[in-house]
Design a protein around this ligand. Structure first.
Ligand SMILES: NC(=O)c1ccc[n+]([C@@H]2O[C@H](COP(=O)([O-])OP(=O)(O)OC[C@H]3O[C@@H](n4cnc5c(N)ncnc54)[C@H](O)[C@@H]3O)[C@@H](O)[C@H]2O)c1
Length: 285
C-alpha cells in the first residue's frame, strides 16, 4: 500500500516546518507548500526522500488549487492530511493617523488592507474545500480518510489590539472548524484548529523577541503534542486546541446564555436541516 500524503502550507519555517518534519518522521510523504522558494526548497531538501517543495500563494485560489492537484499526483493519487497553516500579521494598521488615510480619484476612501484575512481565513476555507475533493478521490490508492488542521491562534480565543484584522481571521477559523467538523467527520474527514500561544518564529516582529520572558514561550514541541492528539483519534473533530507552554487544552464553545439558546444550538438542528438541504432561493437585485 502507498504511504499517506500530507500537505503543510507555510512549511518553510516555524510551526509549519515543525509539523512537516514530524509527519515525515511518522512515515508520511510530505509536500512543503510555501510562498518563499528559498526556505521551501531548503526544507524539502533537508527532509530528503518522500518530500517535495511546491510553491504556492494560498491567497490566490488558482495557486492553491494547483498546489492540491500537483500534490495529489505527486502522492500517487492520494491526500490524507492537510495543515492550513500559512499565516501573516496585519499588513496595514487600522489605527494609522490621518496622514495615511487616502482617497481614490473618485474621492472614495481606499479600502483597508485585509490581506491577513485572505491568507489566514479565506485560504483556510478554500483549503478544506479542495482537501475534501481530493480525499474523496484517494480511495483507490489506499486513502479515503482525511485529517484537516488549521492554525488559528490564541488571538482567535482572546484578541490582539495591535492586529484587529488578524484577530478577526483567527476567530473565523475557529467558527469554521466548529461548524464543518461535526459534518465532515461522517465521511471520515476530521476538521480541527490549533491555537498557539507565543512561539518565537519568523512571524514575530524581531524587536519584541529579546523582550519576551522565557516563561511565556510555548515551545514547538507543544505543537507536536496537538498534532499527535489529532493523528491518534479518527473521531476527534470540531476541536479548538489551545497550546500554551507545555500543555494542550481542548476549548469548548462559550456557555449557552439561557435555555432558549441551548435549545436553538442543540435541539433545533433537524429544523435548520430542512431549510438548508440546498442553498435557499433569495431575490436577486
Ligand atoms: N508564532 C506564534 O506565536 C503564533 C501564534 C499563534 C498563531 N500562529 C500562526 O501560526 C501560523 C504559522 O506561523 P509561524 O509562527 O510559524 O510564522 P512563520 O512566519 O515562521 O511561518 C509562516 C510561513 O507562512 C508562509 N506564508 C506567508 N504567506 C503565505 C502565502 N500567501 N502562501 C503560502 N505561504 C505563505 C511564510 O513564508 C512563512 O514561511 C500562522 O498562521 C500564524 O498566524 C503563530
Amino acid at each position: 500500500m502507498s504511504k499517506p500524503v500530507a500537505v503543510v502550507t507555510g512549511a518553510g519555517s516555524g510551526i509549519g516546518l515543525t509539523v512537516a518534519t514530524h509527519l515525515h518522521s511518522k512515515g508520511f510523504r510530505v509536500v512543503i507548500a510555501e510562498l518563499n522558494p528559498t526556505t521551501g526548497t531548503e526544507a524539502a531538501k533537508k527532509l530528503g526522500h518522500d518530500a517535495t517543495f511546491i510553491q504556492v500563494d494560498v491567497a490566490s485560489y488558482p495557486s492553491q488549487a494547483r498546489l492540491f492537484k500537483q500534490a495529489y499526483e505527486w502522492g500517487g493519487n492520494r491526500l490524507d492530511f492537510f495543515h492550513a497553516n500559512a499565516g501573516i500579521d496585519d499588513r496595514q494598521m487600522l489605527y494609522d493617523g490621518m496622514e495615511k488615510e487616502e482617497v481614490d480619484t473618485e474621492g472614495l476612501v481606499k479600502p483597508l488592507n485585509t490581506k491577513s484575512m485572505q491568507v489566514n481565513l479565506e485560504a483556510v476555507i478554500q483549503g478544506l474545500w479542495l482537501f475534501k475533493y481530493y480525499v474523496r478521490r484517494s480511495k483507490e490508492a489506499g486513502g479515503g480518510k482525511g485529517k484537516f488542521v488549521a492554525t488559528s491562534s490564541a488571538a482567535g480565543l482572546y484578541f490582539m489590539t495591535q492586529n484587529p484584522q488578524y484577530t478577526a481571521s483567527k476567530y473565523g477559523v475557529i467558527g469554521f472548524v466548529r461548524a464543518a467538523g461535526p459534518i465532515l467527520v461522517k465521511e471520515g474527514i476530521t476538521v480541527n484548529a490549533i491555537c498557539p500561544g507565543f512561539i518565537p518564529t519568523g512571524l514575530c516582529p524581531p524587536e519584541i523577541l529579546p523582550l519576551w520572558p522565557k516563561e511565556h514561550i510555548t515551545p514547538l514541541s507543544t505543537v507536536i503534542k496537538a498534532i499527535e492528539a489529532i493523528l491518534a483519534d479518527d473521531n476527534l473533530t470540531a476541536e479548538t486546541i489551545e497550546l500554551s507552554q507545555e500543555n494542550i487544552y481542548f476549548r469548548k464553545c462559550v456557555d449557552w446564555v439561557n435555555e432558549s439558546q441551548r435549545w436553538i444550538g442543540e435541539e433545533s438542528q433537524s429544523i435548520w436541516d430542512l431549510g438548508y438541504q440546498k442553498v435557499p432561493e433569495r431575490p436577486t437585485f
